[in-house]
Structures are given as C-alpha cells and as structure tokens.
Write a protein that binds this ligand. Structure first.
Ligand SMILES: C[S@@+](CC[C@H](N)C(=O)[O-])C[C@H]1O[C@@H](n2cnc3c(N)ncnc32)[C@H](O)[C@@H]1O
Length: 371
C-alpha cells in the first residue's frame, strides 16, 4: 500500500482537522510536524498543509543505516532516472557528499543538494523533482515531493487585495481556506463576512458564497475583493472561474428576515472576535468580551437553526495570557441547548489557532444540527 506524507503548517491542529475532513476515511499518524497517511491529496487544496509527497523508501536506523540508505536511494533514482535527470535532494550533511556521487552514478545529470535544509517554495518552483530524506523515530524516510503549496500566489493575492482589515500576509487567507475545508458542502454562507476573506480564499474549492454583514459599508469592499480575487484566480490554468456570490446587509442574529433559502448552505465564518486588544486584556475585560460572544452566538445559532442550516463552522475568541489560555467554555452547553452538537477534532471539540504576538486567538468549532 502506498504511503504519503505531508508537512503540517504553523497551526498543526488545524491542518490535521482539515486533512481529516478532506480525506474522511484516511488513516493518519502525526509525528514531529508531519502527517503520514494512506491517502494522497494535492496540498494546494488545503490551507494548512505546506508540502507533501510519496514515501518511496524506508531505512531502519541501525549499524547498516548508511549502506541501506545508499542502496535504497540508488535503486529509486536508477528506476526513475528518465524523470530525475534534474534532481534536488535534501539530506543531512553527513551523507551529502556520497549521495551526490551516488545520484550521478545512477544517471542524474544535474543535482542540487540541500544540506540539513528543506526545499522552500522557490526551490520547488525551480525544480519539481525533490527527494527528501527525513528521520522519523528509528527510520529514515525517503520522500519524493509531489505537491507544494503555492506560497507566492497566496502572498500576492493577500497583498494586492483592494481592501483589508488586517495586516497583510499569507496566514489570513490560509486560515479562511482551512475553515472552508471543514465542511464538504460547496454552498457557503458567511453571515459575518467583513471584507470577504472567506470567499476570496475559497473561490476554487466552493461553488457559491452568500455573504452578509451587519456593517453595510464593508459590503462594497467585500465585493471589490471578491471580484479582484476572481480575476486573480483566473490566471491559474486549472481554475474554471464559475463561483457565484451574493452580498447583502444583514444582522446575523436575525436571519428570519432573510429571503434566501439558506438551508442548503453550510455556515462558515471567521466570526467576529470582538475588541482587538493591543495589550493583554484584564480578567474583567475577558469576561465582558466572552459574555458578548455568548449572547451573540446564542442568537446566531438560534437563527441558523430557524433557517434549517445543518452545519456551522465558526470562530470564537480565546485569550492568551502568559502561557495560560482562557477559552470560551460556554459553547458546548449553548450549542446543545439550541439543538446543535459539537464535532470532535482528534478528541477535542475545538481547535486553537493563533498568530504570533496576538492576545486574541481563534477558537474554532464546528456544530451539526441534531434531528
Ligand atoms: C472582522 S470581520 C471578520 C473577518 C472577515 N471574515 C474578513 O474577511 O474581513 C467580522 C465582521 O463581523 C461583523 N459583525 C459583527 N457583528 C455582526 C452581526 N451581529 N451580524 C452581522 N455581522 C456582524 C462586523 O461588521 C465585521 O465586519
């Protein structure tokens, strides 16, 4: 059976949950920032996987490691030499010199060796044939890279978007894409859409977006962003460009006013994380914010239920204070009271996502309507 391996992005928990959602029946084993599985996907579908490949060989670490590794590499390169004339190899320094001559002997003509370093996106873009030798527990894995997340695309898209409410960077859009992948549904409703980051990040993986926000003024910015993103995506050769979207002003707490049939959509939203504290919030401030969130989500979830929305993926704020986190503990009970049940991600009912140097993180949950 083939085995595949993926490098997890900066929020490992989210990438794992996303992979599990994308590949329902996949077996997965997570170690040292890697996810190993029996299922293959192109990492570009995801927001949270950085690169991925096939495990084409395994060498147990013992007194014969070197010899076995060299044999395995030589065999693999010889068997695939037609495709590996130009080859990149990422390997520890101790083996680098010998592996270079081995690859030449096996028939590769141009070899790029990275010592104790992984290929970055630039390396991948320049040369699509990379072999990595990676130590995991008592084995060396020989990995042939097959896909690499197009970092350049995401950085450019984020920095060129006409409007933004956040510091620009690749992470914002990738979080949005991961959230979208937590549901299979191709019809998405974001009732707190802000400037439309969710739609911008998922144009190629979803069919339609219904986007609304309480703040009328940001809807125009949102439309400009989505239009810009559509044209940006259309530069990609495998993009069909068929995504549909509508925007309208709406308080998410009172969806009963909405004429649209939302029952076929899943709600996915970054949510509204409340006040953006620039310094660490006090206990009182945290309590106040969580109280506001509790009230808001009681109404939003009740509204979603009224509209017969089956799945809701959303984020609540959590607060990071000197290593100790304050989590919004109300949500399990609240969801159940309204008639939704929380989904478990690797045993927990939430995923914590945070950016560096922030006081407020995303507490990601998914709830499913109970019959
Ligand atoms: C900061 S944005 C979240 C990020 C957003 N996804 C983006 O791409 O910009 C949160 C949005 O929630 C909206 N909001 C807050 N309370 C709301 C409510 N009760 N109903 C609808 N929108 C609300 C705010 O106007 C704001 O635009």
């Amino acid at each position: 059976m083939n085995q595949y391996i993926y490098k997890l992005g900066h929020c490992e928990e989210l990438a794992i949950a996303e992979f599990a959602s994308l590949c329902k029946k996949a077996k997965q084993d997570v170690k040292y920032g890697w996810l190993m599985s029996d299922t293959e996907i192109n990492v570009n579908i995801s927001g949270g996987l950085v690169y991925g490949g096939d495990i084409v060989g395994k060498v147990t670490i013992d007194e014969n490691t070197k010899e076995n590794l060299f044999n395995a590499l030589y065999e693999y390169i010889t068997a695939n030499v037609a495709d590996l004339k130009k080859l990149g190899i990422s390997i520890s320094k101790e083996y680098a010199k010998d592996v270079l001559s081995l690859a030449k002997k096996a028939g590769s003509k141009k070899i790029n060796i990275l010592m104790d370093k992984k290929p970055n996106y630039g390396n991948w873009k320049g040369l699509k044939n990379w072999i990595l030798v990676e130590k995991i527990d008592n084995q060396l894995l020989i990995i042939k890279l097959t896909s690499y997340s197009d970092q350049q695309f995401w950085t450019q898209l984020d920095s060129f978007l006409p409007n933004s409410d956040m510091k620009r960077g690749i992470i914002n859009l990738k979080l949005a894409r991961s959230l979208l992948n937590l549901t299979d549904n191709k019809k998405i409703y974001d009732p707190l859409c802000g400037m439309g980051r969710l739609a911008v990040a998922g144009i190629d993986i979803k069919e339609s977006f219904v986007l609304s926000d309480l703040d009328d003024s940001c809807l125009q910015d949102c439309e400009k962003n989505v239009e810009y993103a559509k044209s940006f995506w259309s530069r990609k050769k495998d993009f069909k460009g068929e995504v549909k979207y509508v925007t309208f002003a709406q308080d998410a707490r009172t969806l009963d006013d909405v004429e649209q049939d939302l029952s076929r959509c899943s709600v996915v939203t970054e949510g509204y994380l409340g006040y953006r504290f620039s310094t660490s919030p006090s206990r009182q401030e945290i309590e106040r914010e969580l109280e506001i969130q509790q009230k808001m989500w009681r109404d939003i979830l009740a509204s979603c239920k009224e509209k017969n929305i089956k799945e809701v993926v959303f984020c609540l704020p959590y607060y990071q204070k000197k290593g100790a986190n304050t989590l919004p503990e109300f949500i399990d009970e609240l969801a159940e009271e309204i008639g939704y049940k929380l989904v478990r991600f690797s045993g927990k009912t939430y995923v914590l996502y945070s950016r560096e140097k922030t006081n407020v993180g995303h507490y990601i949950v998914k709830v499913i309507l109970q019959k």
